[in-house]
Design a binder for this molecule. Structure first.
Ligand code: ZN
Length: 304
């Protein structure tokens, strides 16, 4: 009876064999259990690790990016006593300020905005809502001309008709502050040298008579002339024709950047902010000392 030989106690030699077999079975069981555990672990553990390292940061800015995509066209805010809709007209200026040239609906854009907000002690959520926009607008406005003193006659010169969008403009309407004019001419030379702008020019580095882009639409304005303009368009509001205009200094130039030269309608400004010349100004004008007035794509002030 072979089975009896395995009965414990039947024989000391068999007993020893039984203990060894039992130990082997136990070890095998533990190993198998351990293997089962370690085999079942890999699919679970990395999944946990991925969600721990990847999730928080991008998902925070993903929702900001979604909000920005809608605020860009829909945000209601007020400027100069007028209700405004969205901030898409300022994409380029915002991009320049944040040093971030990705689409405003991206998480990278939201992250850059959050960094800018943090630097200024604002809530760094990366959402370009009214608070964030007002902070950016204040920053732009603070970079504008600080000395608003009325130009004295000796500070002004009469620029040639060839620099003007309307070459029939009278002498008194072609006055420019002297250092501003020098800076303007340097900027024109640089713009002509950029082949992507395809500006028609003369052999001596001037804009050709037939070229309209970057010609001066308006420069120095006397108080009397500004009062006249205001009487002609009484509904322009404080965002339009200022009572205390920077044009009194002779350091503000309205340049032709496309569309209807100086029309603040959103549809007109949408054309202007998309011209190569305007893009070039946003990226380059500061090198020549010119800063923008965000609301009027044509208006640039010489701040040096
Ligand atoms: Zn202006």
């Amino acid at each position: 009876m072979a089975s009896l030989k395995l009965v414990p106690g039947a024989n000391p030699g068999h007993m020893k064999n039984f203990v060894i077999i039992a130990l082997l079975v136990l070890v095998a069981g533990v190993v198998a259990f351990g293997n089962r555990q370690s085999r079942s672990k890999p699919p679970v553990k990395p999944a946990v690790r991925i969600s721990e390292t990847r999730a928080p940061k991008p998902s925070a800015f993903a929702s900001a990016a979604t909000e920005n995509a809608s605020l860009r066209n829909e945000l209601t805010w007020t400027f100069g006593g007028k209700q405004q809709r969205g901030w898409y007209l300022y994409d380029l200026l915002i991009g320049e300020t944040l040093n971030q040239h990705d689409d405003p609906a991206t998480t990278d854009f939201a992250e850059s905005l959050a960094k800018w907000q943090k630097k200024r002690g604002l809530s760094a959520d990366g959402v370009l809502d009214e608070d964030a926009l007002m902070a950016i607008v204040s920053f732009w406005q603070s970079n504008r001309l600080k000395n608003k003193d009325y130009a004295t006659p000796d500070q002004l010169m009469i620029a040639p008709t060839s620099d003007f969008y309307d070459p029939s403009r009278a002498d008194e309407l072609r006055q420019v502050e002297r250092t501003t004019y020098v800076a303007y001419k340097k900027m024109i030379v640089a713009a002509i040298a950029d082949p992507s702008l395809k500006l028609a020019h003369t052999g001596s580095g001037e804009l050709a008579p037939r070229e309209q882009y970057l010609k001066i639409v308006s420069s120095f304005r006397s108080r009397e002339y500004q009062d006249n303009l205001r009487r002609q368009s009484p509904n322009s509001g404080s965002a339009g024709l200022a009572v205390n205009s920077p044009h009194f200094t002779g350091r503000a130039l309205d340049l032709y950047v496309g569309g209807s030269p100086v029309d603040t309608k959103d549809s007109n400004r949408a054309i202007q902010v998309n011209t190569p010349v305007y893009r070039w100004l946003v990226h380059n004008a500061d090198r020549f000392g010119f800063r923008p007035y965000f609301y009027e794509p044509w208006h640039w002030e010489y701040v040096r």
